[in-house]
Design a protein around this ligand. Structure first.
Ligand SMILES: Nc1nc2c(ncn2[C@@H]2O[C@H](COP(=O)(O)OP(=O)(O)OP(=O)(O)O)[C@@H](O)[C@H]2O)c(=O)[nH]1
Ligand SMILES: [Mg+2]
Length: 333
């Protein structure tokens, strides 16, 4: 099976000068976004390097995707790495070896990071893990150093957006794909500057919502619908029954409707009915107590309606996160 090393570049000529001599035994694909810094001249010196220059496109993830699409073989082994020496190129051979028996290899960095980037990426990682539980297999989901077999990925489903192409490829692995981790020593950028812009944070949030299949929005819509259903039922019951009983009926039925809709729509096929409804009842109770506690406590500080609203928002977040990771949790292999 053929091996390829794909490296996306933007203004990395100085790094490429030092990097390409280290990679002469591999088929290298450089996907450059028209850097005009001498990248072309350097690449032309190497017979094993194929250079793709993109004139009208920018973006790391789409560059890697274009590199993958340029591979003609049905199944090939691919390693993706940055050009700036943060990744350990001496491990590329190990990744290719691991790809003999695995479809996907995540390279996990060990070593220090700048503290502020550490905080941002830890927060991003937490958000991702909570909203996209499948991704928790990845130890370093923001990484751009990984390997995979092209035959094990639904390439046509990739939506290259922003920076996180490994995550995108991981989420589009075919069923039954085998995977492994490999640790490497994290290095520091040799030349030039990071191309990371604040915009990537927004792009990342968009990508997380998409990988979450917008379940959080469906969950929210079902919740809002439940409020109206509750009011409507209360109106109907109160025509016939005393208020307290009508309230109990309306609450019980709208809560049950909420469960059914989330079970059969938002988290369809994720877990069995009985355990889900038992866990749901427990979580609903605790969420109610959170709403009550927060609203009551905060009412000493702010207006009671605002206090209640904050309580509602917090109990929503609590209930959503537990829905995703407890009530309808997926089995993680
Ligand atoms: N083709 C292409 N490559 C890019 C683009 N943005 C970044 N790259 C390349 O992708 C790799 C990673 O970019 P960096 O800017 O180092 O990003 P990072 O490593 O995630 O962030 P730092 O930790 O700040 O270095 C480098 O080889 C870049 O040249 C782009 O828009 N197009
Ligand atoms: Mg970098």
């Amino acid at each position: 099976m053929k091996n390829y090393v794909i490296i996306p570049t933007y203004k990395e000529a100085d790094n490429l000068k030092e990097l390409l001599p280290l990679l002469t035994k591999y088929n290298v694909i450089i996907v450059d976004d028209n850097s005009l810094d001498g990248t072309e001249k350097i690449c032309r010196k190497y017979k094993n390097v194929r250079l793709i220059v993109r004139k009208n496109k920018r973006g790391l993830a789409s560059a890697v995707t274009d590199g993958i699409l340029s591979i003609k073989e049905k199944d090939a082994k691919v390693v993706v790495a940055d050009a700036d020496f943060e990744h350990d190129y001496s491990r590329i051979g190990d990744i290719f070896n691991l790809l003999d028996k695995n479809d996907f290899i995540e390279c996990v960095k060990v070593g220090k990071r700048l503290w502020n980037r550490g905080i941002i990426s830890t927060a991003a990682k937490r958000l991702l893990y909570m909203l996209v539980p499948e991704s928790t297999w990845l130890k370093d989901p923001m990484s751009g150093f990984f390997g995979f077999r092209t035959g094990s990925v639904d390439i046509e489903k990739l939506k290259p957006q922003g920076y996180k192409i490994m995550l995108e490829i991981f989420m589009n692995l075919k069923k039954g794909s085998t995977k492994a981790h490999l640790e490497y020593n994290y290095g520091y950028r040799k030349h030039g500057r990071s191309k990371l812009k604040p915009r990537v944070i927004m792009e990342f949030i968009e990508q997380v919502l998409r990988l979450n299949n917008y379940r959080i929005l469906v969950f929210l819509a079902i919740g809002v619908f439940g409020i109206f259903l509750n009011e409507f039922l209360l109106y109907l019951f109160y025509l016939k029954f005393p208020l307290f009983l009508s309230l109990v009926y309306a609450i019980v039925i709208s809560t049950l409707a909420n469960f059914l809709m989330n079970h059969y729509i938002t988290f369809k096929g994720r877990s069995n009915f009985i355990p889900s409804i038992l866990k749901f009842s427990l979580v609903t109770l605790v969420a109610g107590l959170i709403n009550l506690g927060v609203a009551f406590y905060l009412s000493f500080v702010v207006m009671y309606l605002i206090a209640n609203f904050i309580g509602i928002v917090l109990s929503f977040v609590f209930k959503y996160l537990l829905s995703e990771n407890f009530i309808w949790s997926i089995s993680k292999k």
